[in-house]
Design a protein around this ligand. Structure first.
Ligand code: ZN
Length: 612
């Protein structure tokens, strides 16, 4: 199945701008003036505590990383003197907890925003469920609008929320809502690496007249977890019955990201600056070479053509001579011409050589938290220096042996010039700034979460867990398709292997990846290349305004250059579009989205899109 059906598009350079001006003037009767800036409004409600600020910042982080134009709006600024929403928002996001107490005039304004203006709203967990005195209302003020009686009081003495599960009706429904392949178990419940089926906090709720997309089962009845209700005005109300920000703060990024993205892209049709190079899907294949035990598997992989220059991997190596303890000689020994060096010299042509931790793999993994910080840093430096001595190239990628590291260590990595690292939290999600020890990691270093298949991460874990080989291959192909469709970056990781189970899975990944990469639908690249792009993406300022007749005016700016930046705008189906602006590649998809990619490295760009 390939949904990337491309229709032809009229592309006109700036040279015949005058002709177009006339054409457009005729079509629209008057030259459309750029007017409203497009953006999402995020309702900040009532920020009483540090926790409240963290909730809001989790939403802002995802909106920034995903390239959505947004503005935080207070309750006071949301409604104008006539009791209407200042109609500058193209969608409204109402986060949990901080909007629990909401005056009636605000909830009424939100309702009329949907009913009269066709606005789309995401309601999370408990908006307008408390009166000004903090007393829980019998029913949330926005229940009728959502089509769900949500956040219902529990029986005497019971907490309002409970711990349950998050089921989708089918695998396809999960995918439609942005759940990465491998993150749903056989019952279509959201699951994770090493845990299996995950618990989620829900409130008691009863569906009235919304469409239930995801649900839980409680006392033999169905509790809606995600619902959507569509209005004749064109507006859509999505209700999400789980505290989205809380999960981001606890190293589960995919929950909030999938709901926000799916709502804003698929329901509200908000434009965005796509967070992947060229607006294509992105895949990282991360290989961990922990010790000298991998000499034979690596040789077999090389002989069988698993390493391909068109598909550069992130190859991370523990470089020291030892593995378990000083002097055991079990290491990769990167500088030793009788051990790792000849392999490393070949491998450097097949991707980016990164560091897999601190010189001796197992010793470092088990002792990191007990060693003085200076010693940990020294081991990290030794590892990078040994690799750099052979490749002559700076080490800029990192994977922790054993998977975990504390907050302070990420800051050290950044000082060492590392800009991307393998991450066992936020599984199945896009590269992100992880939240470690309750603190957001800021700056230019990106966490690349592993994408698990159910409770397994590496291919050898899947083999040990008796996952049928056909299922693994299918998952690999599914993941690439998902990444292409969602235009998102995902990472998988494993170790070198000479077993057919792993080799066949790698081949399945590569065959599908090569096909889709040649079609321009995905790119396979080392994590540092994606990190470079994401840093440029984060530093790009841009604005999109509405023009008359479904048109858009777009301005982009980045002192480092705009190459590969892609703006997605919704143009609906059927019509032809005229794009004004040079050095732009345009792709119009069957689903109504138009993708405009800058293919020069200019620092500023102005674009206009017209429907004709
Ligand atoms: Zn390892």
């Amino acid at each position: 199945m390939n949904s990337n059906y491309r229709t032809s598009i009229v592309f006109i350079g700036i040279g015949i701008f005058t002709l177009l001006l006339t054409l457009t003037a005729i079509l629209h009767n008057s030259w459309a003036e750029p007017n409203e800036t497009i953006r999402v409004g995020v309702l900040s409600g009532d920020l009483k505590s540090e926790q409240d600020k963290l909730i809001l910042s989790a939403y802002e982080q995802i909106l920034k990383e995903e390239g959505f134009p947004y503005q935080v709006v207070t309750l006071g600024d949301l409604v104008n003197s006539t009791g209407k929403i200042t109609n500058n928002y193209d969608a409204l996001v109402v986060p949990e907890a901080i909007n629990a107490t909401m005056p009636q005039e605000i909830s009424q304004a939100i309702s009329s925003y949907v009913l009269s203006y066709g606005g789309s709203v995401l309601l999370v967990l408990d908006p307008a469920t408390k009166a000004a005195d903090g007393e829980l209302r019998q029913v949330g003020l926005l229940s009728e609008l959502a089509g769900v009686k949500y956040y219902l009081p529990a029986s005497e003495g019971q907490p309002v929320t409970y711990s349950g599960y998050w089921y989708f009706a089918s695998a396809d429904k999960g995918r439609e809502w942005g759940i990465t392949p491998g993150k749903l178990n056989e019952e279509h419940a959201v699951s994770s690496y090493s845990y299996g089926k995950l618990n989620f906090e829900h409130a008691r709720a009863a569906n009235q007249d919304a469409n239930v997309v995801a649900f839980d089962r409680l006392d033999s009845s169905e509790v809606p977890v995600i619902t959507e209700k569509h209005y004749a005005s064109g507006g859509t109300v999505v209700y999400a019955n789980l505290p989205l920000a809380k999960y981001k703060l606890r190293s589960d990024d995919l929950t909030i990201r999938s709901v926000l993205r799916s709502f804003l892209i698929k329901k509200a049709h908000l434009p965005r600056l796509v967070n992947s190079p060229g607006g294509a899907g992105g895949l990282v294949f991360n290989l961990h070479i922990c010790s000298g035990a991998y000499f034979r598997p690596l040789t077999v992989m090389l002989m069988q053509g698993i390493f391909q220059k068109e598909l550069p991997f992130s190859i991370h190596i523990t470089a020291g001579p030892d593995t378990y303890k000083l002097g055991d000689q079990m290491g990769f020994s990167a500088e030793n011409k009788f051990k790792g060096r000849p392999l490393l010299e070949i491998l450097q042509d097949y991707g980016e050589i990164g560091s897999h931790g601190g010189w001796f793999h197992n010793f470092f993994a088990y002792n990191m938290q007990y060693l003085p910080q200076e010693q940990v840093i020294e081991l990290l430096q030794w590892n990078s220096m040994a690799l750099e001595a052979v490749t002559g190239k700076k080490v800029v990628e990192y994977s922790a042996p054993g998977g975990n590291h504390p907050y302070w260590f990420i800051q050290e990595l950044e000082k060492e010039g590392i800009e991307s690292y393998y991450y066992t939290g936020d599984t199945g999600s896009s590269p992100t700034h992880a939240i470690l020890d309750d603190k957001p990691t800021e700056g230019g270093t990106w966490a690349f979460p592993i994408t698990p298949y159910r409770q397994f991460a590496s291919l050898e874990e899947m083999e040990r867990g008796n996952v049928p080989p056909a299922d693994v291959k299918h998952w690999m192909q599914d993941l690439i398709e998902f990444s292409a469709q969602e235009r998102s970056i995902r990472m998988v990781y494993t170790h070198p292997s000479d077993k057919s189970y792993e080799l066949d899975a790698m081949r399945a990944f590569e065959d599908k990846a090569l096909t889709e990469q040649r079609e321009g639908r995905i790119r396979v690249a080392p994590m540092s290349q994606f990190a470079d792009f994401l840093n440029r993406h984060a530093a790009t300022t841009w604005q999109v305004k509405k023009l008359e007749g479904n048109g858009y005016s777009i301005d982009l700016e980045n002192p480092e250059g705009l190459k590969d930046m892609t703006v997605a705008v919704y143009v609906g189906d059927g019509s032809k579009n005229v794009v004004i602006g040079e050095y732009i590649t345009t792709v119009q998809e069957e689903d109504g989205w138009l993708y405009l990619t800058v293919n020069s490295n200019e620092k500023e760009k102005h674009l206009e899109v017209y429907q004709v």
